[in-house]
Design a protein around this ligand. Structure first.
Ligand SMILES: [Zn+2]
Ligand SMILES: [Zn+2]
Length: 142
């Protein structure tokens, strides 16, 4: 249904192929316009955009720092890339998104508790405490 198409890059003027697979992807994503640039020019622009438009916020699921390519508006939840991927995968698998978010939150909470415990165990007193607790058994010669 789709055929490879040759397009001219708006930036560098070179010809590039808009493949059947890409066309299908564009159609699926609802993009109405054909790409105007070859892949190299698109990647170059993306790299620039990426640096310019990143915003730091807090992930609504795991509460870690999230860097997102849009300005968080506050009326929609924002997720870090890891959670976003997990939630997206869950959606694809037909799982309940709220349940997935609850799971991530629970896991993040456990991780925080674990880190707290670890930092307590690393205190100097408790590190030496175990040594004196080792029971000493007297050896007997036969
Ligand atoms: Zn180009
Ligand atoms: Zn997250």
């Amino acid at each position: 249904m789709y055929e490879d198409k040759t397009l001219i890059c708006k930036d560098c003027g070179s010809e590039f192929i808009f493949t059947a697979g890409e066309q299908e992807f564009y159609a699926e994503q609802g993009f109405e316009n054909e790409p105007k640039r070859c892949k190299a020019c698109r990647d170059a622009r993306k790299a620039v955009d990426y640096k310019r438009q990143m915003f730091t916020t807090v992930c609504d699921a795991c509460s870690e720092t999230a860097t997102v390519p849009f300005e968080p508006s506050g009326d929609r939840p924002v997720y870090c890339s890891a959670c976003f991927e997990e939630i997206n995968n869950a959606k694809v698998n037909g799982e309940d998104v709220d349940e997935v978010i609850a799971r991530i939150k629970q896991r993040a909470e456990q991780k925080r508790l674990q880190q707290e415990l670890m930092s307590q165990q690393l205190e100097p007193q408790s590190m030496t405490a175990n040594i004196s607790n080792v029971p000493v058994t007297a050896g007997r010669e036969i």
